[in-house]
Design a protein around this ligand. Structure first.
Ligand code: HEM
Length: 120
């Protein structure tokens, strides 16, 4: 059987590193940080780790966080902000030395959620 994106990526430990480094960058981005000022970042990081694990195809992980539409619908997130989000993700993935093919696959997967995040 083909390896899942989760296995190719290196499992939970690598996802944990990705999300931690990712939100560190996001919180330094002037165009994004304001949205997270009231958020419980420990919770966001934790939920995002399970969301990513499930999205990458981990069979043992079930996302139990809030509904993505409910969480994002009142934030008026723009396409430009979503693109910044993807840009940071792409940079971290490159820093982690992941293969380009895998990076493209991940960015495409995340981008497939744009319609439930962007409401402007
Ligand atoms: C510009 C892009 C984005 C911004 C500005 C953003 C912003 C936020 C904020 C402010 C929260 C915390 C909400 C709260 O605690 O009430 C949050 C939570 C979350 N976001 Fe996003 N988000 C973005 C994109 C995404 C994407 C692309 C995904 C998934 C593919 C995602 C998944 C999540 C998850 C799983 C949570 C945690 C939900 C929970 O606490 O149960 N977000 N986001």
């Amino acid at each position: 059987m083909d390896q899942s994106m989760f296995e190719l990526f290196g499992g939970d430990g690598q996802i944990s590193d990705l999300i931690d480094q990712f939100y560190y960058k996001v919180l330094f981005d002037q165009s994004l940080r304001g949205m997270f000022l009231k958020a419980d970042m420990t919770r966001v990081r934790l939920q995002q780790k399970t969301f990513f694990a499930q999205m990458f195809g981990c069979v043992h992980t079930k996302y139990t966080g809030k509904d993505l539409v409910e969480v994002h619908k009142n934030l008026s997130i723009t396409d430009q902000q979503f693109d910044r989000f993807l840009h940071h993700l792409k940079c971290i993935l490159a820093d982690m030395n992941k293969p380009q093919e895998l990076i493209d696959q991940i960015l495409k997967k995340v981008d497939s959620h744009r319609h439930v995040i962007v409401f402007k």
